[in-house]
Ligand binder design. Structure first.
Ligand code: ADP
Ligand code: MG
Length: 290
């Protein structure tokens, strides 16, 4: 039997735009000590934009943008949208043999050239030298931009610096959670320099970066092995296994259906303020039972 106070806690949460799947979830939420946040679309707006393009060698910037955008037509990643937007309405060359390389980028052929587009890990894996733009790559990452690299026929030709700002209310919500004693962790597939720059801005305590999509649940397990009571907050399809692994999965409103189906708690609004509300209500509810 579920105590009355828990049922009224679930009702109270709903008034704050927090949908709690079952009474048990509210109970588990009351004993958490660690909150793990997906970066893209959860801490940030999830609407990245190209803020700078640097080329290396003969290629024209417009040509680099065109080739990159041609590849990204096949991708649904938020970074792909940014590059397509940069290309505007230009006619894009046809791509053959398009592939998505999970956690790394995309590849294919256009105008008879072999193309790779993605992070430094992708170019390293392809044994493509990134040294010519190394300083630029690092400088952009330190400012919190994600460097996306284009290689044509095995040579680095361009860097796209892509910025995805924090949500306006992320910092205040995180400060409130911090004051309430939670340890705040960022979990992302992005590189660690960019991730740390954004974490610093957000007031996050710990960064777990460069995590492949399949590795997110494992990262939660590692925290649990350290004795932490963990909530995962995410919005994407690739967050679902981590949402399931955590003591409490929290899905951002307007996120992917899979995330919402997996999570014990769903926020009606796409804002981290709801996380702070949900945890406060769960604590107050359980306190009333004692
Ligand atoms: P996240 O959702 O945290 O960004 P992903 O696993 O989706 O994690 O991506 C990890 C990294 O792989 C990205 O930060 C980016 O550097 C690279 N990447 C993935 N997909 C693409 C893409 N379509 N275009 C360019 N880079 C990509
Ligand atoms: Mg996300």
């Amino acid at each position: 039997a579920t105590p009355m106070s828990i049922i009224s806690g679930v009702g109270r949460a709903a008034e704050f735009g927090v949908l709690v799947r079952d009474a048990d979830a509210l109970q588990r939420a009351s004993t958490l000590d660690t909150l793990v946040f997906d970066k893209t679309g959860t801490l940030t707006e999830g609407k990245p934009q190209v803020v700078a393009v640097k080329t290396h060698g003969e290629i024209q910037e417009s040509e680099a943008v065109k080739l990159a955008a041609a590849l990204e037509q096949g991708s649904s990643h938020p970074l792909a949208r940014a590059i397509l937007e940069k290309a505007g309405g230009t006619k894009l060359p046809e791509v053959i043999g398009f592939r998505t390389l999970r956690g790394l980028g995309v590849s294919g052929e256009a105008q008879g050239h072999k193309l790779f587009l993605g992070n430094k890990a992708l170019l390293d894996e392809q044994k493509i030298d990134t040294q010519p733009l190394a300083d630029e790559i690092e400088a952009q990452a330190r400012q919190g931009s994600t460097p996306v690299l284009l290689a044509v026929d095995g040579k680095l030709v361009a860097l796209f610096a892509i910025r995805d700002p924090l949500r306006a209310d992320s910092v205040s919500a995180l400060q409130r959670l911090h004051r309430n004693g939670y340890r705040l962790v960022m979990l992302t597939g992005d590189n660690s320099i960019t991730a740390n720059a954004i974490a610093k801005e957000a007031g996050i305590d710990e960064v777990i970066a460069g995590v492949l999509p399949d590795g997110k649940a494992e990262a939660i397990k590692n925290l649990q092995r350290q004795g932490r009571q963990v909530a995962m907050v995410g919005d994407g399809i690739n967050d679902a296994p981590a949402l399931a692994q955590a003591e409490v999965g929290i899905a951002m409103g307007g996120g992917s259906d899979v995330a919402i189906e997996t999570a014990a708690i769903t926020l009606m609004r796409h804002s981290l303020t709801g996380v702070a509300d949900a945890l406060a209500i769960s604590k107050a509810t359980l306190r009333n039972m004692k």
